[in-house]
Design a protein around this ligand. Structure first.
Ligand SMILES: Cc1ncc(C[n+]2csc(CCOP(=O)(O)OP(=O)(O)O)c2C)c(N)n1
Ligand code: SF4
Length: 278
């Protein structure tokens, strides 16, 4: 493996691919892509030791726009793919990326169990409270009275999902919130998430300017969390249950047991690898 000392410092640009993003002008995901590549540059990660895995959605296009290894998987299965990769190649830095629809709707079950397994990887969710790619349907994090979708003209009437509280209750080891309007702050959180052992959830509020143009106003609402990060899960639970969704920063860092495959499982994986090599 290449060592940091032997490698000249890379720039964020080197972690971007030559593909031009097809996102709408002004989409928050541009800044999240910058935050992800800034984080990799900050850590000077060897590109060959890094993988970005996603499902489906506008936000899930990120792997194609980076120059590290990547996999643009199927809808809601980013975490299943990322988990498989990390347990078979623990030497890699594995980052899963995607949207609130991909992660909390079709991928909700995988989200809960990824938190519970607590494999050492980082999950960056671009939350815009809508399905952007399929033209603006309500997602699990949409407010119940949002009535601009043709499918729910009177709002969904359904309570929004609280991914942060669910992550804490399910076993995630690091929980943070960033904002696409502050890519440097988001990059810092991603670095912390990567460095923290176990499953790290970084929710990044990332406006969908096409289907939720009012989210441009998030700029005036997000603020640094008024309290310090805590490793006390009971305190974190109270905060996350009363949080209005706009407090940014590290909200919880834990010391929960990180899943590592047992020796015999590793041996089985090695056998499979050998099988492939024949
Ligand atoms: C199995 C399956 N069901 C439904 C779809 C349609 N689909 C594609 S993306 C998407 C939602 C994406 O929303 P989100 O993850 O919030 O990402 P965004 O586009 O907002 O970034 C859906 C329902 C699909 N591709 N595959
Ligand atoms: S539809 Fe929304 S989420 Fe998708 S690229 Fe456009 S602004 Fe971004």
């Amino acid at each position: 493996m290449t060592t940091e000392a032997a490698t000249p410092k890379r720039t964020a640009k080197e972690y971007k691919s030559d593909y031009k993003p097809v996102w709408c002008p002004g989409c928050g995901d541009f800044s999240v892509l910058s935050a992800v590549t800034k984080a990799m540059a900050e850590m000077n990660l060897p590109r060959e030791d890094c993988a970005v895995i996603s499902g489906i959605g506008c936000s899930s296009r990120i792997p194609a726009y980076t120059s590290v290894y990547g996999f643009h998987g199927i809808h809601g299965r980013a975490l299943a793919l990322a988990t498989g990769l990390k347990v078979s190649r623990p030497d890699l830095t594995v980052i899963a990326t995607g949207g609130d629809g991909d992660g909390f709707s079709i991928g909700g079950n995988h989200f809960i169990h990824a938190c519970r397994r607590n494999v050492d990887m980082t999950y960056v969710v671009m939350d815009n409270e809508v399905y952007g790619m399929t033209k603006g349907q309500a997602s699990p994090t949409t407010a119940p009275d949002w009535d601009k979708s043709k499918l729910t003209p009177q709002g969904t009437g359904v309570n929004p999902f609280n991914p942060m509280a669910v992550a804490l209750a399910s076993g995630a080891n690091f929980i943070a919130r960033g904002f696409s309007g502050d890519p440097n702050g988001a990059a810092k959180l991603i670095v912390e998430g990567i460095k923290h052992p176990g499953f790290s959830l970084i929710q990044i509020l990332s406006p969908c300017v096409t289907f939720r143009p009012e989210q441009r106003d998030w700029k005036g609402v997000v603020r640094p969390a008024p309290v310090e990060a805590t490793d006390d899960s009971a305190r974190a639970a109270r905060r996350l249950m009363t949080d209005d969704g706009f407090n940014t920063g590290v909200l919880y860092y834990g010391h929960r047991k990180v899943y590592e495959p047992k020796l015999e499982e590793k041996a089985a994986l090695a056998d499979i690898e050998q099988g492939f090599a024949i």
